[in-house]
Design a protein around this ligand. Structure first.
Ligand SMILES: [Zn+2]
Length: 248
């Protein structure tokens, strides 16, 4: 629990303080460190850790996404990746072409050297230039490939987690809950009225954004319609074809 929980009133960290009741039982509380150390003029009251745990559990329930949402988000973001990739495809094509040209050139300078047209020194110079450029191209092509593959994989992992997050969190022990909190949130604020506010980690910020989730549902709806239209026009063409065949 410790570490990611912050005071919603002044933004200071929560620290743990143990209080004893009359029977000697220990109650661990969260208190605002700003108030505790008088670093801020915060008047935030202490809150039982147990209560904070329940609030955070509830919050996880609220961010879990449905199967439909998961599919819609996946569809929309993968389509965006496809779009970006298509935009880059011109550059990729010209890199591949250049690589091919350089490989040819490598042979040409070698032949030129053997036929006595260029000196050994110039051959070496040319070879170094060609190799350096080939290395550069190789690096750019593979970075490009890795970037998209990693982004797609990361997206799918995040969505799988989000679709099951409430169950996962409820089954975690304290240590894993802490890891879970750190994976999803940069900060969890507990407000004075016991509302939870969060700052997401970058991977989850967009996926948990209500507006983006709404867009994803719309996107999926449109995609479905487009599919239906395409299917319909295929059927129409088929029907027309049959009619013509019949009339003929
Ligand atoms: Zn505070």
């Amino acid at each position: 629990m410790k570490g990611t929980i912050y005071c919603g009133a002044c933004g200071s960290r929560f620290i743990i303080v143990n209080a004893n009741n009359v029977k000697g039982r220990i109650y661990p509380y969260f208190v605002c460190n700003g108030r505790h150390s008088k670093a801020t003029s915060c008047t935030r009251q202490a809150i039982l850790i147990e209560d904070v745990e329940r609030l955070v559990e509830k919050y996880y329930e609220s961010i879990q996404i449905s199967g439909e949402m998961r599919q819609s988000l996946a569809g929309m973001v993968h389509a965006e990746f496809d779009h970006l990739l298509a935009e880059d495809s011109g550059e990729l094509e010209s890199l591949a072409k250049e690589r091919f040209g350089l490989e040819e050139e490598r042979l040409v300078v070698l032949r030129a050297h053997y036929s006595g047209a260029i000196s050994l020194e110039l051959l070496k110079e040319e070879q170094m230039r060609i190799e350096a450029r080939l290395d550069d191209i190789k690096g750019r092509l593979s970075a490009h490939h890795d970037e998209y593959a990693a982004a797609r994989e990361n997206l799918d992992d995040c969505l799988t987690l989000l679709a099951n997050v409430s169950l996962i969190y409820s089954r975690c022990d304290n240590q894993n809950r802490r890891l879970c909190n750190q994976a999803f949130f940069r900060k969890i604020f507990i407000d004075q009225d016991r509302e939870v506010r969060v700052e997401y980690q970058p991977s989850y910020e967009a996926l948990c954004d209500i507006e983006i989730q709404g867009n994803a549902l719309n996107w999926a709806e449109q995609a479905k319609k487009k599919d239906e239209v395409q299917t319909f026009s295929r059927v129409e063409t088929l029907v027309e074809g049959l009619n013509l065949a019949h009339m003929g």
